[in-house]
Design a protein around this ligand. Sequence first.
Ligand code: 13P
Ligand code: SF4
Length: 325
Amino acid sequence: MTTAIVDDVVAEILALKKSLGATILAHYYQEGEIQEIADITGDSLKLAREATKVSSPVIVFCGVHFMAETAKMLNPSKVVLLPDLEAGCSLSDSCPADKLDRYQQMLRENGRKFQTVTYINSSAAVKALSDWIVTSGNAEEIVRRVPADCEILFVPDQHLGRYLSEVTGREMILWNGSCMVHEIFSIDDLKKQKKQFPAAKTIAHPECPQNILQYADFIGGTEAMIKYVSGFAEPTDFLVATEANMMWQLESKAPRHRYHGVPGVTCACNKCPHMARNTLEKLRDCMKNVSPEVTWQPEFDKAREVLERSLLNPMPVAVAHPPGD
Ligand code: 13P
Ligand code: SF4
C-alpha cells in the first residue's frame, strides 16, 4: 500500500472506532502500523487484564484467536472482533482438547495425582480441562502455586515447560508442542552475531528451545524484554530471539539501542504467519461489518473460571482447596 492509501485506511479505522465505540487491543507481534493505532498494546497477560477494564461496547482484538477468545471470556458483555478468524497458533493447534482429555484420563487411571498447567496459547476447550493458565508473564508464580504433592502436566509448550521446570525445580510431564517461530532460530547465526557484536546482550523468549536459551543473557516474555532493555541507560546492541515485530515495540520504547534479530534456520523473517493474517484493511473491514466476531461457546464458562483464578487473582497466602482435588 502507498503511504496515501495507508493514511486513508487509518483515517477510516479511526472514524469507525468512534462510531462503533471500539477499543483496539494489539499484541506486540502485530505489524507496527497496527500497533501504532491501537489503544492498548501488550503481551498476553497485559492484554487479558486490560480487556477486563474496557468500558466501550466493542473490543477489536489484533492478535490471534486464543487471545480474542480470552478477551471475550474475561469481559463477556463486549462484542469481540478479530480481523481474521483464521489467525491461529501452532502451539494451540498442537494440543486438541480431546487428545488432552484422553491423556489426563490415562494418567488418572494410572493413579497419578497431578494438576494441569496450561500456557495461554491454547483453545478455550483446553483451558476448560486445566487447573491453571499461565502466560510468559506469570508462569513462575503460578507453577509455585501448585501443591508440592501434585505432579505437573504442562501443556502445550514443551520448551516453556522445560525452562519453567529448570527455574522452579518442579518436575513436569511435558506436552510435545512448540511455537513454529521460536523453534527455528539458528544457533550458528546467533554465534556469528555474538562474534560480530561481542558486547551485545542476547534476549530470548522462553518459547525458544534450550539450545538458544543457553546463550541468552536474559530470558523473558515480551513485556519483560521491554523492561530489561529499558534498564540500559547507554546505547547497547541487543540480539533478539523472538517474533520480528517485537523490534518495532522495542525501538519505540527504547530507541537509543540497536536491535538485531536472530535469523531463523528456514526463514530469516521470523514473522508469525498467524499474527500476519491481520492487516490494516482487515482491521477496517471487521469494524465496518462488525464481523468476524468471537461468540460465546459452551466451554467458555469453565475456561473463564480457570482464567480468572490464574490471571486476575493475586497469589493467595495458601491454597486451601487446590483445584483438581
Ligand atoms: P507474550 O507476548 O505473552 O510473551 O507471548 C508471546 C507469544 O508467542 C504470543 O503468541
Ligand atoms: Fe503461536 Fe508462535 Fe505465533 Fe505466538 S508466535 S501466535 S506462539 S505460532
